[in-house]
Design a protein around this ligand. Structure first.
Ligand SMILES: [Zn+2]
Length: 77
């Protein structure tokens, strides 16, 4: 799942949404921005911010899970 928070797009807003693909998420974000924040269309900046929020979601979890056990074994041995 991909998730994006409205806050990460520069709005003071607690809305967030998760979707299976980037395209689906982009659609829902565009509708939310239009209906709630009065944004007529996504700008290139917003698309970039959404993709960045997207890309950050998964690697952080993976690298955190990978790094910790390795450090522990090194410290003990
Ligand atoms: Zn919002």
């Amino acid at each position: 799942m991909r998730e994006v928070a409205c806050r990460s797009l520069g709005h003071d807003c607690g809305w967030k949404h998760a979707a299976r693909t980037e395209e689906l998420l982009m659609d829902v974000v565009a509708i939310h921005l239009r209906d709630v924040h009065g944004v007529p269309a996504l700008t290139q900046e917003m698309v970039g911010a959404i993709k960045q929020a997207f890309n950050n979601a998964e690697p952080i979890e993976i690298s955190a899970g990978d790094a910790e056990p390795e450090q522990e074994t090194q410290n003990r041995s």
